[in-house]
Design a protein around this ligand. Structure first.
Ligand SMILES: Cc1ncc(COP(=O)(O)O)c(C=O)c1O
Length: 360
């Protein structure tokens, strides 16, 4: 079949987890597998990352699905719970919510749960998304600690806004706000996402929370996974479904945005934005045809992209094409398309055929 496929290399995922552990040897790891493991498949990645200490999910519903599938590991719901049903699910399935607002706190105070739950307290040190302001944190901590339904000890968490930029002073400012709370409230601490894990060792503390690096992409601005010895987990591929001999002056695709400078072969690849290939990838974005780089030409359509085959004149219908993954870092495609590897991975759609392998 000449259709797109995403090959998920589970050995590479395990290798990347080992890289995270080696970079933060004194910390426990919450492997972040929210959003269907960044598009890689939550259950298969959970099974592959058995060596993680816990899994991080965004929503309670994701964590419940993981439990129902038989995963027994410690689960952390990074956005906590919303409403009574989710709180009860947290208790029933023993999922640890991150508590970040007054509504969650008062619901916990009101509700007598059949089983106590372990909780994290989120402090907003500068991300201005979720969490209690540093000035409110001690009071929230005391209220949480006195909830009958909460199993002590309470752990503290904050999230960094700009750890991907090693020159940005925002990280030091966030730490400065968080450090007094660490000394005042004690308990286990979690700060570091992948970027902080690799670039800011002073943020490691008790628990690190890597996400993107587990999938093999660099979390740092302008970085590459390879530089950190990470291996790509997802390889997105397809095949040539046509090779056209075009003439000088022929315009390729919608809007005719790319014009052939000479007589040349133009390949048509069975992948488009309906599969998750970014529509904004410009002419020149690299693809691998038969393992060699060729540039994208013309606009990305729903089901197809077109490529300049002058460097691959022998290419034929059915030949393999890699869009990103092994041999072609997703970071490079993301940068060309004005996005980030996270979005590329999460955007691969249901139409793409997923399978697993154990290459490493
Ligand atoms: C609270 C929290 N921790 C950790 C992560 C993992 O981040 P990254 O994928 O950049 O390592 C995320 C992801 O967005 C997050 O929201």
């Amino acid at each position: 079949m000449l259709t797109p496929a995403a090959l998920i290399d589970l050995a590479a995922a395990r290798h990347n987890l080992n890289c995270a552990k080696a970079a933060a040897p004194a910390s426990k790891v919450i492997a972040v597998i929210k959003a269907n493991a960044y598009g890689h498949g939550m259950l298969r990645i959970a099974r592959a990352l058995e060596a993680a200490d816990a899994f991080g999910l965004a929503r309670m519903e994701e964590a419940v699905r993981l439990r129902q599938a038989g995963v027994e590991k410690q689960l952390v719901a990074l956005e906590g719970f919303f409403g009574r049903d989710e709180l009860e699910a947290a208790s029933h399935y023993q999922i640890e919510p991150v508590i970040s607002n007054r509504e969650q706190l008062s619901l916990l105070e009101k509700r007598r749960l059949p089983q106590q739950i372990a909780c994290w307290l989120k402090v907003d040190t500068g991300m201005h998304r979720l969490g209690f302001a540093p000035a409110e944190a001690a009071a929230a901590h005391a209220r949480l600690a006195s909830c009958a339904s909460v199993r002590p000890p309470i752990r503290l968490m904050t999230h960094l806004a700009s750890a991907d930029d090693l020159q940005d002073s925002a990280t030091a400012n966030q730490l400065q706000l968080f450090l007094p709370l660490i000394s005042q409230l004690g308990g286990e601490i979690s700060i570091a996402n992948s970027a902080a894990l690799l670039g800011w060792p002073q943020t490691h503390y008790d628990w690190v929370r890597p996400g993107i690096m587990l999938y093999g992409a660099s979390p740092l601005l302008g970085g590459s996974g390879e530089r950190h010895e990470l291996k790509p987990v997802m390889t997105l591929s397809s095949r040539l479904i046509a090779v056209n001999q075009c003439r000088r002056g022929d315009r390729i695709g919608y809007g005719g945005s790319w014009c052939c400078p000479e007589e040349m072969p133009v390949g048509v690849v069975a992948i488009g934005y309906a599969d998750g290939y970014p529509r904004h990838a410009p002419a020149g974005t690299p693809l691998l045809v038969n393992g060699s780089r060729v540039p994208l030409v013309g606009r990305v359509s729903m089901d197809m992209v077109t490529v300049d085959l002058r460097g691959q004149p022998q290419a034929r219908v059915g030949d393999p094409v890699v869009l990103w993954g092994r041999g072609l870092p997703a970071e490079e495609i993301a940068e060309a398309a004005g996005t980030i590897s996270y979005e590329l991975f999460c955007g691969v759609t249901q139409r793409v055929k997923f399978s697993e392998e154990e290459l490493g």
